[in-house]
Design a protein around this ligand. Structure first.
Ligand SMILES: Nc1ncnc2c1ncn2[C@@H]1O[C@H](COP(=O)(O)OP(=O)(O)O)[C@@H](O)[C@H]1O
Ligand SMILES: [Mg+2]
Length: 247
């Protein structure tokens, strides 16, 4: 990967209080690719996303996107550069309607663009959100709330989309629907950092995966490399490659 293209995390150390969660972690997401970070609860996956998005300050290391330094920038500047996260907690405004949620994101992230055309595009991607545009977001199903959280990030025209546990707590059918939409976004060339405890789904979807445990990368490789590495995959992901590949 050229230094100018995609996300580059080099020697990142970050934590809470005195404790370091990630110690000198390095990772790249080449432009146009999907990279998954999988691993058990507490591994440091969300911490990584928070550090990249600027909501958590790096103690050491360097984060760059398309050659521009993100480390040290405030979160809103990073978001305006098109590095957008869909947080694990989704963080939608439960008391506002679907449309109002999107409108707030629009005003914050992308006020120069033609709102109508942009919203039409997003409603095409998530027809259920178009149908429910006047519904109070807190009354949506979990899957619809996740779609809204993704839609809200898309309003900012991401150049890097970071999804933290998009499948968490959702039924299988809804998860498939969400991944179907992610596939459409990937075909448009979007660069994606996908964080999942649901390793099977993520490793199958991603071009390249990184397994994180206790803040350290314990295994990484392309989809094909991981699938070929029976013992390691079994050890770290709990399951045989064949199982990982089952839809
Ligand atoms: N706000 C916080 N304050 C203190 N420690 C935290 C906080 N958030 C996460 N941690 C700790 O950091 C470690 C990594 O957490 P996290 O990044 O949320 O892991 P994951 O997303 O992989 O489940 C865990 O030990 C967790 O307890
Ligand atoms: Mg997490």
């Amino acid at each position: 990967m050229s230094e100018l293209s995609g996300l580059s995390v080099a020697g990142l150390s970050v934590g809470y209080g005195k404790a370091l969660v990630l110690d000198q972690l390095s990772l790249e997401v080449p432009r146009g690719q999907v990279v998954a970070v999988v691993g058990p609860n507490g591994a440091g996956k969300s911490t990584l996303v928070r550090a990249i998005s600027g909501s958590l300050r790096a103690r050491a290391g360097e984060i760059q996107f398309n050659g521009q330094r993100l480390t040290g920038l405030p979160a809103y500047r990073i978001a305006r550069m098109g590095v957008l996260q869909v947080p694990e907690t989704r963080d939608i405004f439960a008391g506002m309607t679907v449309w109002e949620n999107l409108r707030v994101a629009f005003d914050n992230l992308n006020p120069e663009e033609d709102a109508r055309a942009l919203f039409d595009e997003i409603y095409t991607l998530f027809p259920i959100l178009a149908e429910r545009r006047d519904a109070i977001a807190g009354n949506l199903s979990g899957g619809q709330q996740q779609m809204l959280a993704i839609a809200r990030a898309l309003v900012g025209r991401p150049r890097l989309l970071m999804l933290d546990e998009p499948s968490l707590g959702l039924a299988h059918l809804i998860i498939r629907e969400i991944y179907h939409t992610l596939e459409a976004l990937r075909r448009q060339g979007l660069t994606v950092l996908l964080v999942e405890q649901n390793a099977r789904m993520a490793v199958k979807f991603a071009d390249y995966s990184v397994v994180l445990a206790n803040g350290e990368i314990v295994l990484q490789g392309t989809r094909d490399e991981l699938m070929a590495n029976d013992q390691l995959v079994q050890h770290y992901l709990g399951g045989r490659p064949a199982e990982l590949l089952r839809p």
